[in-house]
Write a protein that binds this ligand. Sequence first.
Ligand SMILES: [Zn+2]
Length: 336
Amino acid sequence: METEKREMTLPAVLEPQALDVMRPDDLLRRMRLIQEVASRAMVEKVDYGTIPGCGDKPTLFKAGAEKLCVVFRLVPRIETTTTELGGGHREVSSVCYMHYSSHDGPVVGQGVGTCSTMETKYRYRQGQRKCPACGRETIIKGKEEFGGGWLCFAKMGGCGAKFGSVDKSIVDQQVGRVENSDPADCYNTALKMSKKRALVDACLTTTGASAIFTQDIEDFVPEPPAAKAEPLKAEAPPPAEEKPPPKPQSKDVEHREEICRLLLEIHGGDVDKASGELEAITTFVGKDGKTIPGKRKTSELSERQVPVVLRKARDLHDEWQAEQTQTAQDAEGKNQ
Ligand SMILES: [Zn+2]
């Protein structure tokens, strides 16, 4: 009688057979539960992303990780440490502890994540032509059949203003990869990314969902070699002689996946809008003045185009993220 009472007060997750020695049947049940949650309670492109032609294993997003936490009654607690790297740069390391049931409950798993303002996508920005009218970096070369010149492209969020082909306010602008003058602009992003990475990592390891989902692809893109930090020759894909021998297939695939993911995230999962964006950033005007139409699918990009498009997609994503942060900060400011 005594024993029975004690057993009944134990939370299910702490039963020795469930925690310490998980039997194959338990594991399968757990896997089926995660799959069921994914198919019935998760929204594709919001909670996870399965992108056609971009790999099979879906990527778990922050929202999906939070849902899995609810299902498994996991309460995340994230501790962050900031290390100053000099030159205004910093690295934020996060450890996410998964407590069972409440913050007072036992820790049943953990995950780590870091983000630094030295990461290429935060350290550098792509100096793009800025619209003198609206201030956005949405200037493209106008199509010859519509009078040429320069256009603030509405499809990219621009104001639609037009400028002459020799307009000094456009042609005198510096383009190419430039170092961010103020790394502090990215402190908030680095903090958010670090916490997000730790949360998703902890969720995947604690629940065992990594068999079904993968960590955010972006988080595993290796730092490009230093040579890539050199200013880019703006629009056109880099000439062949600049490229080392073809890279392993997998990196190319990873980069295409990242382009998909970044553009989809910017457009809230709207495939059509993301395709439109891809088309916009891959449309360019050749030396002969002819417009080369853009691509709507990453699978249509040439191997040489991929790194160029990836950088543009990352920059667009950074801008979008900075805007989100700004909007959130504005809202906070108003509430105070
Ligand atoms: Zn404009």
